[in-house]
Design a binder for this molecule. Structure first.
Ligand code: SAM
Length: 273
């Protein structure tokens, strides 16, 4: 029988990645039904057969490159705990900067907002949590994503978001004060795609060097915004200038871009005049 410490050491040798120690500890603690503090207070604890089998199964998934969030089935985002599975993109901390921007623009307002390509519901549900009085509609082309987003609304006791299936703005009716989206924006030959093999390709890749979906959303949004309404778009760190140009060409004003947590330009906004 191996102790927690022995298992930790063995697993570390088999998992050459930066956050290996943290992820192994999370899986060990989960296998024994304790929190990670227990690993330090009881280093000699020995796992029973069932616990060991679970740990080994999940460690092998990590070794194959599966993201920890898919193994655990959840990921924290904003002040929410969101269910995730391989049909949805794992929400990224950088997208919280987009949520912050929408909240700053809409401060003190009674807004109607659309979140296009909602995935797990990360953006729509975070906005709803902060503004229970806002009307929020979340769309996605993927029925599987919408099922996850709806489950996340229930899990987090959020009831005011309406979910609609369809391409970008097609399922929407009426006008909005803000349209926000984190669409696919990775080029199909981007070398980083190989690190994202477990995530749905339809959430990641867009034609035209990653700009096709951003272009469609910019082109279509103006007809769905009130005068002075805002379009807020997450994009890749090298796409700021291109997205600003798209916004200008579509007649938006007060265009600006903002940074993610790493200091990269990762979202742009424009206002309908
Ligand atoms: C980058 S993910 C963003 C998910 C989520 N909003 C987030 O920030 O974590 C892009 C999302 O857009 C959806 N999507 C892709 N093409 C779409 C389309 N034509 N219309 C609507 N949604 C689409 C994908 O299914 C995916 O959920």
């Amino acid at each position: 029988m191996l102790t927690l410490t022995e298992l930790q050491q063995q697993a570390l040798l088999s998992l050459p990645k930066d956050d290996a120690r943290l992820e192994i500890d999370i899986l060990l603690a989960r296998a024994i039904g304790k929190n990670t503090t227990f690993l330090r207070t009881w280093p000699d604890y020995q796992l029973n057969d069932e616990q060991l089998a679970q740990f080994q199964r999940e460690l092998s998934q990590l070794q194959q490159g599966m993201p920890l969030a898919y193994i655990l089935g959840e990921r924290d985002f904003w002040r929410l705990s969101l269910l995730v599975n391989p049909s949805v993109l794992i929400p990224r901390p950088d997208t919280e900067c987009v949520v912050e921007k929408v909240l700053a623009l809409g401060q003190g307002q009674q807004w109607r907002v659309a979140d296009l390509g909602t995935g797990s519901g990360a953006i729509a549900l975070s906005l709803a949590l902060e503004h229970p009085e806002w009307q929020i509609i979340a769309t996605d082309i993927s029925a599987e994503s919408l099922a996850v987003a709806q489950a996340n609304a229930l899990k987090n006791n959020i009831h005011q978001v309406k979910f609609k299936q369809g391409s970008w703005l097609a399922p929407l009716t009426g006008l909005f004060d803000c349209i926000v989206s984190n669409p696919p924006y990775i080029a199909n030959d981007d070398p980083h795609l190989s690190d994202l093999q477990y995530e749905p390709i339809g959430a990641l890749v867009a034609a035209d060097n990653g700009l096709a979906d951003l272009r469609d959303i910019v082109r279509l949004s103006s007809d769905f915004l009130h005068k002075n309404g805002w379009l807020v778009l997450e994009h890749g760190f090298q796409q700021g200038a291109a997205v600003q140009t798209l916004l200008k060409q579509a007649g938006f004003v007060n265009i600006e871009s903002g940074q993610d947590l790493g200091g990269n330009i990762r979202y742009s906004v424009g206002q309908k005049c």
